[in-house]
Design a protein around this ligand. Sequence first.
Ligand SMILES: *[C@@H]1O[C@H](CO)[C@@H](O)[C@H](O)[C@H]1NC(C)=O
Ligand SMILES: *[C@@H]1O[C@H](CO)[C@@H](O)[C@H](O)[C@H]1NC(C)=O
Length: 357
Amino acid sequence: MKVAVFFLLLLPLCLAKPFHQKGLFDFMLEDEAGSGTTDTPETYPPLQGPVCPFRCQCHLRVVQCSDLGLDQVPKDLPPDTTLLDLQNNKITEIKDGDFKNLKDLHALILVNNKISKISPGAFAPLKKLERLYLSKNNLKELPENMPKSLQELRAHENEINKLRKAVFNGLSNMIVVELGTNPLKSSGVENGCFQGMKRLSYIRISDTNITTVPKGLPTSLTELHLDGNKINKVDADSLKGLTNLAKLGLSFNNIASLDNGSLANVPHLRELHLDHNELAKVPPGLGEHKYVQVVYLHNNKIAAVGPNDFCPPGYNTKKASYSGVSLFSNPVQYWEIQPSSFRCIYERSVIQLGNYK
Ligand SMILES: *[C@@H]1O[C@H](CO)[C@@H](O)[C@H](O)[C@H]1NC(C)=O
Ligand SMILES: *[C@@H]1O[C@H](CO)[C@@H](O)[C@H](O)[C@H]1NC(C)=O
C-alpha cells in the first residue's frame, strides 16, 4: 500500500523531469530496506506494482493511452506491456528507442495519428509483436524491419504509393495484410512483393488506383479483396496458383472480361464478387466450377445468359453449391433468360434478377 501511494505521488514528477527519478528511487529503497543503498541507478530491483505513464490507464499489462492529444510516444512504458494503445493522438514520428524494452508487446495500435516517419530501428525491440495497426496516418511507405513475429498488419488510409518486396521479406508469420485506401498504382506494387509470406491468408487492397491483380500472390491465400480499384481485366495468369482461395472481391472495378481459364486457377473459390464492373458476359468457367456458392454480377453490361453459363452442359447435373446469384441491373431482362439456364441450381438458392434501369 505504501508503495502504491508513493507511486501516485511520484509519477507526475517523473514525467516532468524523468532524470530526477534516480534520486527518488534511492530514497524509496532506503526507506523500504532500511539499508543505505549506494548510488547504482542501473541495478534497481524489479519494480513492484505498475508504473503507468501519466494520464494513461494500465491494467493487466494493457497500456491505454488513446485520445490524449499526445504528440509523441510516452517515455518509460512498463516493460511487461503486452498491448499498447496509442490511437487518436497527434503523434507525428516514431523514433528509435520509443519502444525499447517492450519485449513482451503483442499488439501496437497507432491508428489515427499523424505519423509520417518511422525510424528504421523503431520496431526492432518488439520481438513478440503480432499485430501492428498503422491505419489513418500519413505514411508514404511501410517501414522496413518490421518484426518477423508479425501476423497482422493494417495500414489502410495512409499515403502509401509503393509496396516493396524488401518490406515484406522474411515476414513468414504474416496472416492478414490490410492496405486499402492508399494512393497506390500497379506500377508502385513490386512484382512478387507478397510472395515470401508463406502463411498469408488475407489481403485487402481496396479503394486504390491499381489496374491489375498483383502478381505472385502466395498459395496460402484464402481471401483476396481488391474492390474499388481500376482493374480492367483479369487475365489467365492473374489468379495462378491460388488453389486455396475461397473469397475473391473485385466489385467496383472496370473489368470488361475474365480470360478463359482464370476461374480454373481458383478451384476452391466459394464467393466471387464482380458486381459494378463492365462485364458483357457471365465469366467463363463458372458453369464447370465445382464449389462456387455466391456470385455477384449485378450492375454490369451482361446482355445475354447462355444455357451453360451457370451450369455444366447436360440436364442431370445437380450443382447444389450455389446459394446466391445476383444479376439485376444488367441489360439482360429476366424474361429473356431461359429458366433452364439455372437447371443445376439448388431450389432454395436466391437468384436475384430484377430489371435493368
Ligand atoms: C486515384 O487517382 C485519382 C485521379 O488521379 C485521384 O483523384 C484519387 O485520389 C486516387 N485515389 C487514391 C485512393 O489515391
Ligand atoms: C474462350 O473459350 C470459349 C469457349 O470455349 C471460346 O469460344 C473462346 O474463343 C475462348 N476465348 C479465348 C480468348 O481463348
